[in-house]
Design a protein around this ligand. Structure first.
Ligand code: ADE
Ligand code: ZN
Length: 329
């Protein structure tokens, strides 16, 4: 069976990374921007490895030049998510790509994205929340700028702070100031770790940045004592299996540790990360997990509940989404 119509909760989606290639090509043509050779002959994004992926990603982002581009992008992304049964989504937003970290410019970009999210909620029935995300390879100083944007604009829509980017650059503690600032303001926290780094990177991230969720976290599997601690502490992993397979963080679907982590009691959730870059959708992720590990509707029901409980939204929103999941049973 296909899980296309099965309702889904997604916690880990990079807004720019979800941009359909045709959307980026269209903007490049409209604005006459030379983005270099970032597409393959079939029109999809082309890159060699993770480092090159980040470069292609940033080249694509040069076409996104103002609030209106982000309004259109948000609508295009939510349309695709809604078509795949996603009823609640959290997206990573980076002020670095939206005015370079200037707070008043960021507010204009944010207003445009909120306008699109409101429209999508009304017309497609999908709810969106934003997590402001610093980019690790831009360094700790730029991370503080992102954290300041987060603190200044947190509220109904911006509910979290996180970090993505090149995981092997610097140590988690370098970013403690930004995470402390966000935590003290009341933002929920997540951080990419254990996608490329080993269990030590996951452990240091938990110790120094104290997020309630970890982006990926899959390499924790190489230290079972750490896995048990993650399970005991209720840390939630935002696992993106298709991304891990395509980028080569794991050898293949059968080798993916998501089932072993779950069987050992870890709260795992399912997301797409940057769907067009990995030729995936939430439907594809559910279908592949079902095919690979024999997961059924009951498993996906349970995974949705774990994700919703870990969502960075207020309890009224959680209750509303919970009712939608229930109604779809
Ligand atoms: N930014 C977008 N996708 C990412 C990933 N998979 N890891 C780290 N940073 C990212
Ligand atoms: Zn990610």
């Amino acid at each position: 069976m296909s899980f296309k119509d099965f309702p889904k909760v997604e916690l880990h989606l990079h807004l720019e990374g979800a941009a359909p290639p045709a959307f980026i090509r269209g903007l490049a043509q409209e604005k006459n921007i030379d983005i270099g050779k970032i597409f393959d002959e079939r029109g999809g994004y082309a890159y060699r490895d993770f480092d090159h992926f980040l470069k292609v990603y940033e080249a694509a982002c040069t076409t996104l030049q103002g609030p209106e581009d982000f309004r259109r992008l948000t609508l295009a992304v939510l349309e695709e998510s809604a078509a795949n049964g996603v009823v609640y989504s959290e997206t990573f937003l980076s002020p670095d790509f939206c005015g370079g970290g200037d707070v008043s410019a960021w507010k204009e970009y944010l207003a445009a994205m909120v306008e699109a999210a409101d429209e999508a909620e009304a017309t497609m029935g999908i709810t969106l929340r934003g997590i402001i995300t610093c980019i690790r390879h831009q360094g700790p100083e730029q991370a503080r700028t992102a954290a300041r944007c987060a603190v200044e604009t947190m509220g109904d829509f911006i509910t979290g702070f996180g970090m993505a980017g090149a995981e092997m650059l610097g140590r988690p503690g370098d970013f403690a100031y930004s995470f402390d600032m966000a935590r003290e303001a009341g933002l929920a926290l997540t951080c990419h770790a254990g996608e490329w780094g080993g269990p030590d990177m996951v452990a240091d991230t938990l110790r120094d940045l104290r997020p309630s969720r970890i982006g990926h976290g899959i390499n924790a599997i190489h230290d079972l004592a750490l896995v048990d601690r993650i399970a005991e502490d209720g840390v939630v992993l935002e696992v993106c299996p298709g991304s891990n397979v395509v980028l080569g963080a794991v050898k293949g679907w059968k080798d993916h540790p998501i089932a072993r982590l779950r069987d050992r009691g870890v709260k795992v959730t399912i997301s797409t990360d940057d769907p067009p870059f990995f030729s995936t959708t939430m439907t594809d992720e559910f279908n592949m997990l079902s095919k690979t590990f024999g997961w059924t509707e009951a498993d996906f029901d349970d995974l949705n509940q774990v994700a919703l409980a870990a969502a960075f939204c207020d309890d009224a929103t959680r209750e509303r989404i919970s009712k939608r999941l229930e109604a779809a049973r």
